[in-house]
Design a protein around this ligand. Structure first.
Ligand code: FES
Length: 130
């Protein structure tokens, strides 16, 4: 049973591969799909179609072996993300196949703390981030 730890939330969730009900945003069993299944808010302004960067996460461990490989579409998009790091992935595209640990960029966390609803910010980048 793969486990996904959201460091900034201090929360770990566990699911059975192939049994998670698809939430219709992003790839099935992607980080976004898993978050939505467990009531965790991860921004996803484009609905999980690899057309924004609001689902951007920083992988802390497990990315090399327990996530689907970064493909060209995801790479082209994630390169436009604020707070890009070598550990950056798009939550809607990275499919979880084993235990992973991740963190949300601080600007994304602010959206969560400011209400939690989807703000539909598209590719908006906060002042001072680019
Ligand atoms: S939700 Fe838009 S790229 Fe992931």
């Amino acid at each position: 049973m793969p486990k996904v730890t959201f460091v900034n939330l201090g929360r770990t969730v566990e699911f059975e591969s192939g049994k998670l009900p698809y939430q219709h945003h992003g790839k099935p069993e992607s980080i976004l799909d898993i978050a939505l299944n467990f009531g965790i808010h991860l921004e996803h302004a484009c609905g999980g179609s690899c057309a924004c960067t609001t689902c951007h996460v920083h992988m802390k461990s497990g990315a090399e072996t327990n996530l689907s490989p970064l493909d060209d579409d995801e790479l082209d998009r994630v390169e436009q993300a604020a707070d890009l790091t070598l550990e950056s992935r798009l939550g809607c595209q990275a499919v979880v196949t084993g235990d992973v640990v991740l963190d949300m960029p601080s600007w994304n966390r602010n959206y969560v703390s400011e209400g939690g609803g989807s703000l539909n910010l598209g590719d908006a980048i906060p002042a001072g981030k680019k």
